[in-house]
Design a binder for this molecule. Sequence first.
Ligand code: GLC
Length: 459
Amino acid sequence: MKKRILCLCLFFTAFGLAAQNDAPSWARESREAKEQRMKWWTHDRFGMFIHWGIYALPARHEWVKKVEGISDADYQKYFDNFNPDLYDPREWARKAREAGMKYVVVTTKHHDGFCLFDSKHTDYKSVNTPCGADLIRPLVDAFRAEGLRIGFYYSLIDWHHPHFVIDRVYPNVPSDSVELAKRNEKRDMKVYQRYMKDQLTELLTNYGRIDELFVDFSYPGKNGKGHKDWDSEGLLKLVRSLQPHILVDNRLDLDNTDWGWDFFTPEQFMPQEWPERNGVRVPWETCQTFSGSWGYHRDENSWKSVRQLVVMLVETVSKGGNLLLNVGPTARGDFDARADERLAGLADWMKRNSRSVYGCTQAPAEYEKPHNCLLTFNPETRRLYVHVLEWPFKSLHLKGYEGKIKYAQLLNDASEVRYRTNAKASGHTSETSKAGDLILNLPVDPPDVEMPVIELFLK
Ligand code: GLC
């Protein structure tokens, strides 16, 4: 009973208990309702991020326009030549499902302003490139057909819209403030705010149920933009009215409220521990890349190994988070071989070990993490998963676990793992264990998987 209460407490703290008193009326929601809304997401844990756009042609990072200071005229060649003839989103969806991903978040528009969907409010869209099509529609259909949920990424930043006020993240920002003011003279963020609302209305009405919205991003301060510039409150109100169940990230610059975000989004780093806000654990989803770029980058070679990615996924879940892992498809419309290899490796591991990911979260504090291991825990089934980073060749010590376990097995093949207590241990093996410890008797050879998992059935 005590254990159950502890689990419940851990669970509830993840949903921001802070009072919602300051929330506008349309944003008021009970803790239980929010928890219910997020249930599928905290269960599924693993999604695919897709960064795709005309920046796949230069293949030098999705910020190439800014980084290289490319003018609109020079950037136009990527629009004029965008023709992804190998595009088959059914293939993408199959690979995502096989890798164990349960939802997808795709860039409908990125910072360069280019849209992959057919919007009435711009000409700067895939429909007007040589490919001549709305590329989001078939993607949504394909991923749904594979059983994945759908999320949209939408860039708040826009380097194409004539009313987006030029700021510090804009390509070729004039260093001279007079010159900057002159270029901004006719730009009106109110018009741009309307544009965002119109586009989000299209995205959230024309493609059926959308489960996640990833708006990106705010950078308040000098020459930056924050919630006032976007009209974040108005935007979120609209989003929630169109898709009340939707989950929205925390990049609207409303982090100081309790109602302006559903989850936090640490990017390209692993938090030391479960992220908190005002001392309360928050739901979080870390977005990570295979290499150093989100968009397809031909010459970038710092690719993570399959093992690093498996560890990243498990470490994220072990701290109560979700992993959104990015693929940057090529301008031909397929995944490059390096991405395919990583996805296949993940598929291989997930096929036998996904039980230690889905429905799992951080283990209760009473279960100490064994040396060289990560722990995840499923509160429903009451199973604890020991992910062994470095195989200890024969025995694994579990401090203070005596009397807490009723069965143990390797997860990959469901073969029994026997265990003994210190009392029964003989001679040399008892040296490092104390009363109350359990010692797992492991095979000397590690199981042939990227990272072995031991499944402990708790009493
Ligand atoms: C950053 C980058 C962007 C990328 C995003 C993913 O904010 O600006 O290129 O889309 O992170 O989270």
